[in-house]
Design a protein around this ligand. Structure first.
Ligand code: ADP
Ligand code: ZN
Ligand code: ZN
Length: 746
């Protein structure tokens, strides 16, 4: 890298990245220093030599050049944890567009003073036999809470009180009463801010099936032969993917290396953590958003000191400062939450691959419904693909019915529930089996469709659906196309052409009206606002405290309910008609996952998919549980319209307090791109600018410009040009964000 000056942080830490110091690079070292390198520099008035890290190389001096000090020397001892993280931050800045400071703040942990804390643990005071007798006694007396605590303690000798309280919904009074009855002890133990201080029995892994063993052996053989690459394991839920992950991790630990296990935040439940804990004991820790900054920092310290080998967490767990990572595993790799929504808008999959290069590690992806990105790469031979097709716990795949809501309307049924769904619901209620009803939250996006023929109002230029604004006008958020409100369906002339509006709350109300004596639980953004409400609802439903669970996508992820034999998907089209090129993929994934929720136990399950578009390929392939069929059709569409993964998109979002300023700047950026050599390339497509999906939030206007090209590097160069242009003027009123291959439209 060329450049005559280096920005350096002394004592690298999250808190210090705002204060880099600039140094001159001496002649003899020109071209040598790189971001991430450790250097010796004269510092302070005494010019005492100290160590620092280079975060940026530049040709633009910040001060009078004659006043800049020179770097003394480069320190070349082993690769440092810090150096790697800085190099990763630099890559993220380049690859996703952000400032170096923001990138560094993303990868460096926040330092917090350690405070000794105490935590309460509960354990049995009596023998297991006696405890069991007491438990049965409690059950007879309908003291459900007490019985649940005892059952848990019979299975696990010692457990953190807060965890049990949260998971089983137990009040402090219940614990006290058990303690007073001499059944349990509550002890205060010093707490090292290890978020998984479980004391479960260690368990060895299952004896792997032949298929599972083949996957593990193949990856390890590559590893031991020095081959590093990305693997993709496609396996239906329950096919034993997690067991494969754990074996791979165990093998890496044997080789003296560490493992990062990414899972979507929402799947980071007590059950999951317990499973890893049983296998790896204290050598595993978790990272998630409910940890305090102090707890997070402690986990980083433990990783740095070699006290743990495995970290489980959402995308940010990638930045755990392990000295020597052997494998990075990403479960449910298709999940949108792997993409950051703040700058730098990095994707965990690509960032994991870059991190793996820096560590010499392997990357292992798993999913029942891989992202188009990953499957495309597997098809191209860039990823090695493995498949697991069978459920190890038995249980047959459910029967799926696709119900045509247009037909229902013609038959005079205006309720949210089709005739078949109502019949099946009543059947389950009668038999005391549980049902789940799933409604897509994204339905509020305001798409307009005809209830008679299913026709969806689409943009004539973009093949995405139009959005209804409050005044009724229909707007395309990709290109800005606008048309007046429609009164009659342009396809069939019916007057039932409306924006779709029905929320989980309305459905809950309907159910109360229909079945007043049945218990319904609801899980959506409103009912899960408080910290533990998510697990509480799940465990209440799991314990059989309700007949029906209504909810948004939250209910289709993770968690097994053996007693659920019916899954109703209320309006499958809602996610389809969102004005978003990933809508078909998201719908397929959601429907497939949702369908997989029914019939997990011994009884066969049934699934009802209600839709206005029963002939849509996403719905048909999901009903048939046919991933490859879906992939083939979806990739054609992506090809045709130059969407990822076939092409790449750079979304440039301009926000401004004054409408005009934003519009003008967005226009300038467009012309800048059009004028650049990359912009004139035949394969470059520039769309917009148009008002963003939500054109104004809190009186801040938002415009968006899309640039497409199959070559990611071309988009990076255009981004750099725009960044350069933006730097030349001091802009206070407008700001610009970049998003590569966005997960949805703006
Ligand atoms: P996935 O991660 O694909 O959903 P899991 O690894 O959780 O699948 O496995 C599903 C169930 O099958 C779990 O209860 C697990 O303990 C069990 N299981 C996995 N592998 C084996 C095996 N080789 N032998 C027996 N049971 C297994
Ligand atoms: Zn119509
Ligand atoms: Zn359009």
């Amino acid at each position: 890298m060329q450049g005559r000056f280096a920005n350096i942080i002394v004592d690298i830490s999250h808190e210090k990245v705002d204060r880099p110091f600039q140094y001159r690079i001496p002649e003899a070292l020109l071209g040598l220093p790189e971001p991430g390198m450790k250097v010796r520099i004269p510092f302070g008035s005494g010019n005492k030599l100290r160590t620092g890290y280079i975060i940026e190389i530049t040709d633009e001096p910040e001060f009078d050049v004659s006043r800049l000090k020179e770097i003394d020397s480069v320190i070349e001892e082993g690769v440092q944890v810090e150096s790697r993280l800085i190099r990763l931050a630099f890559w993220m800045k380049e690859h996703y567009g952000s400032t170096m400071i923001n990138a560094l703040k993303t990868v460096l942990p926040v330092r917090q003073k350690l405070k000794q804390q105490e935590k309460k643990e509960i354990c049995l005071r009596v023998g297991k036999e006696e405890a069991r007798a007491e438990m049965l006694q409690c059950e007879r007396k309908h003291q459900g809470a007490k019985a649940r605590v005892l059952r848990e303690l019979i299975a696990e000798e010692r457990l953190p009180q807060t965890l049990v309280a949260r998971k089983l919904n137990i009040s402090p009074a219940t614990f006290r009463s058990l303690q007073e009855a001499g059944l349990i002890d509550i002890n205060s133990v010093p707490y090292y801010r290890n978020p998984v201080k479980l004391d479960a029995q260690r368990e060895a892994g299952h004896h792997l099936s032949e298929r599972q063993q083949f996957v593990v052996d193949s990856v390890l053989k590559d590893y031991d032969d020095g081959i590093r690459q990305t693997y993709l394991l496609r396996g239906i839920t329950g096919s034993g993917k997690t067991e494969v992950y754990m074996e791979l991790i165990a093998q890496m630990i044997q080789r003296g290396r560490q493992a990062v296990m990414l899972i979507p935040e929402i799947a980071l439940t007590y059950q999951t953590v317990l499973r890893f804990y049983k296998r790896f004991g204290d050598r595993v820790s978790v990272m998630n958003s409910t940890l305090s900054p102090g707890e997070k920092y402690d986990q980083c310290e433990r990783a740095r000191k070699g006290e743990i080998d495995v970290i489980i967490g959402p995308r940010s767990a990638l930045f755990t400062p392990f000295p020597d990572i052997g494998i990075i595993i990403i479960d449910e790799e298709h999940e949108n939450s792997y993409k950051s929504e703040t700058m730098p808008k990095y994707h965990a999959r690509e960032t994991a691959e870059e991190l793996a290069v820096l560590h010499g590690a392997s990357v292992f992806l798993g999913s029942a419904t891989p992202s188009l990105e990953s499957f495309y790469r597997a098809k191209q031979g860039k990823y090695r693909l493995f498949t697991l097709n069978e459920r190890l716990t038995g249980g047959v795949l459910p029967t799926v019915y696709v119900e045509d809501l247009r037909q229902e309307l013609k038959n005079g049924n205006r309720s949210i529930f089709s005739k078949r769904l109502q019949e099946l619901l009543e059947d389950r209620l009668g038999r005391g089996e549980q049902s789940m009803l799933f409604l897509n939250r994204r339905g509020y996006a305001g798409f307009v469709s005809c209830r008679m023929c299913g026709h969806v109002m689409k943009c004539p230029h973009c093949d995405v659906s139009l959005s209804e604004h409050r005044n009724g006008t229909l707007v395309c958020h990709y290109c800005g196309f606008t048309q007046p409100a429609v009164k009659l369906c342009p396809e069939c002339g019916s007057k039932y052409i409306l924006g779709f509006r029905a929320g989980t709350e309305q459905i809950e109300e309907q159910l109360h009206k229909l079945y007043p004596d049945k218990k319904v639980l609801r899980m959506d953004a409103d009912t899960t606002k408080t910290k533990d409400s998510y697990e509480k609802i799940l465990s209440a439903f799991s314990a059989g405290e309700a007949d029906i669970l209504v909810g948004t996508q939250m209910i289709v992820k993770g968690h097994d309910f053996p007693n659920v034999t019916l899954m109703g998907i209320l309006a499958a089209d809602m996610s389809l008609s969102v004005n978003d090129y990933r809508a078909g993929e998201r719908t397929f994934q959601l429907l497939t996952q949702a369908a997989g929720r029914a019939g997990r136990g011994t009884r066969p399950g049934e699934v009802v998919i209600q839709t206005y578009q029963p002939e849509h390929y996403s719905i048909l392939h999901a009903a048939a549980q046919d991933y490859e069929g879906f992939y083939e059709e979806e990739i054609l569409y992506r090809q045709l319209l130059s969407y990822p993964p076939v092409s790449h998109i750079l979304a440039v979002q301009v926000t401004s307090a004054a409408q005009e300023g934003g519009e003008v700047l967005a226009g300038q950026l467009k012309r800048l791109c059009e004028g650049a050599p990359e912009g004139r390339e035949e394969k470059t497509i520039i769309i917009g600018p148009a008002p963003a999906f939500i054109g104004r939030i809190n009186d801040i206007f938002r415009y968006v410009l899309y640039v497409k090209n199959p070559d990611y590097e071309v988009l990076i160069r255009l981004k750099n040009r725009m960044e350069h242009f933006l730097k030349e003027e001091d802009r206070k009123d407008e700001s610009v964000q970049f998003d590569f291959d966005p997960m949805s439209s703006f």
